[in-house]
Design a protein around this ligand. Structure first.
Ligand code: FPP
Length: 229
């Protein structure tokens, strides 16, 4: 049995289809998606998982209809406002990866305030990937390394220049909604990550589903390219 994962990364997919199946507007799916995310943060913390990275908004998501982008930004702002006290009380520390300077200024301020207010949290680091794309992140890392005068970049040096420099690579990636893609998420960091796909649509993804994913991960044999003894 593997020990529990130290870092779980999630692609929270299927909000739109969840709403569509119920004949509801897509935004209702996203609203339920936020509540599912909140429950998963709580459960991950209870399970003693130190790092959780949620793909909340991709750099490609800017291409969605303007109304949906605005609604998603509003949901993010509401999430930060309504969950801040709970995060502080539970020792959840908020962090972000991605080009957050592209987000609306009000959201940037809310993020900065919440990051500061939760900075002393020690039970779980919640990393929101916002305006995030892995290829752009890798290009940023290369530029940072070049600016620092590094010409022959090693894997360790590239890792240290990524947005995720302060965190271990994910042990487990979960993608919901029956799609079998990585979608430009943490491409570098997922090199040896165990992948777990489920048909459950994100708003229906419950603490019990998280427990099942972790149990499946713990049964996997991780060889990291080597042979077993
Ligand atoms: C995928 O559903 C999800 C997103 C585009 C990201 C939005 C995520 C949330 C609202 C939940 C978490 C948010 C926070 C702030 C923690 P989709 O619209 O791609 O679904 P579809 O593939 O069925 O259309």
């Amino acid at each position: 049995m593997n020990p529990p994962p130290q870092h779980i990364a999630i692609i929270m997919d299927g909000n739109g289809r969840w709403a569509q199946h119920k004949g509801l507007p897509r935004i209702v799916g996203h609203q339920h998606g936020v509540e599912a995310a909140d429950a998963i943060v709580t459960t991950a913390r209870e399970f003693g998982i130190p790092y959780l990275t949620l793909f909340a908004f991709s750099d490609e998501n800017w291409g969605r209809p303007r109304e949906e982008v605005e609604q998603l930004m509003q949901l993010l702002a509401d999430f930060l406002r309504t969950k801040r006290d709970k995060m502080i009380a539970n020792g959840v520390r908020l962090a972000t990866i991605g080009e957050t300077d592209r987000l609306p200024v009000t959201v940037q301020h809310s993020l900065a305030e919440t990051i500061e207010a939760t900075a002393a949290g020690t039970s779980l680091t919640l990393i929101l990937a916002l305006s995030y794309g892995a290829r752009a992140e890798i290009c940023r890392a290369v530029r940072r390394a070049m600016t620092a005068g590094i010409s022959e970049i090693t894997p360790d040096q590239l890792s240290a220049a990524l947005d995720t420099a302060a965190y271990p690579d994910p042990d487990l990636l979960i993608r919901t909604s029956g799609e079998y893609r990585i979608s430009n998420y943490l491409l570098w960091q997922l090199a040896y990550t165990e992948l777990y796909f489920t048909d459950i649509l994100w708003p229906d993804f419950s603490p019990e589903h998280l427990r099942e994913a972790i149990a499946a991960y713990q049964r996997r044999e991780r060889r990291f390219g080597r042979v077993t003894a």
